[in-house]
Design a protein around this ligand. Structure first.
Ligand code: PGA
Length: 252
């Protein structure tokens, strides 16, 4: 049974004040939503303050990135140990903005996933093709490479503890959502890859979230797809009303 999981990625947005207002509103709105796992991923410097607001709620806390080393001379980097120390549950790894704007490679992503798992943080491992790759018909190839390299040398037990987010790059922040059929096709492809890397039990356990312009009015049609287990939400997670509606999505 894969519990529907909705995670908000705030990216480089909010101030401390507006972030606290947002999370206070979510704590109220989402207090009594059964059968959902909900998380927010604020900027690093607000994590500890946001944690204070949500610690007595069932909203989980995530970071948007981390370094793979535990400590040392890595100016401005943040380790998994530090994130765990202030109460994070998740960490987003390999977001397309990290891959494409900050040149993160599959090898770096693999090291981060291993370090997160070794620290008992749940990696939210992002994969997804760019528009040219979809148009050239290489989506499957791109996803295969990202999944295989990102999960290189991990045991089935470790893979069982990962959340995957399929985020087609052309849908992120563009208002252009993948159709439910496109999302389902990619999610099933990724689940079959996981089955090949591990076994069918793990593949059926692993949650695969969809990300890319998820809004209250398209959440339900995406979530009803059999292999879509939740959403990683950017823009629409910055407003309590829209994020709460996505969390409470209804399937018509
Ligand atoms: P978006 O971002 O919802 O604004 O498209 C999703 C993401 O980047 O995780």
């Amino acid at each position: 049974m894969r519990i529907p999981t909705i995670i908000g990625n705030w990216k480089m947005n909010t101030t401390l004040q507006t972030g606290l207002e947002l999370v206070n509103a979510l704590a109220k709105d989402l207090n009594n939503v059964p059968d959902r796992e909900v998380g927010v991923c604020p900027p690093f410097i607000y994590l500890a303050e946001i944690k204070k607001v949500i610690q007595s709620t069932n909203i989980k806390l995530g970071a948007q990135n981390m370094h793979w080393e535990a400590k040392g001379a890595f100016t401005a980097e943040i380790s998994a140990t530090m994130l765990k120390d202030i109460g994070c549950d998740y960490v987003i790894i390999g977001h397309s903005e990290r891959r494409h704007i900050f040149s993160e490679t599959d090898q770096m992503i693999n090291k981060k996933i291993k370090a997160a798992l070794n620290t008992q943080l749940t990696p939210v491992f992002c994969v997804g093709e760019q528009l040219e790759e979809r148009e050239k018909g290489t989506t499957d190839q791109v996803l295969r490479q990202q999944v295989e390299k990102g999960l290189n040398e991990l045991t089935a037990e470790q893979i069982n503890n990962i959340i995957i987010a399929y985020e087609p790059v052309w849908a992120i922040g563009t208002g252009k959502t993948a159709t439910p059929a496109q999302a389902q096709e990619a999610h099933l492809f990724v689940r079959n890859l996981i089955s090949r890397l591990t076994d069918e039990t793990v593949a059926q356990n692993v949650r695969i979230l969809y990300g890319g312009s998820v809004k209250p009015d398209n959440a339900g049609e995406l979530m009803i797809q059999p292999d879509v287990d939740g959403a990683l939400v950017g823009g629409a997670s910055l407003e309590a009303g829209s994020f709460s509606k996505i969390v409470k999505y209804e399937i018509n």
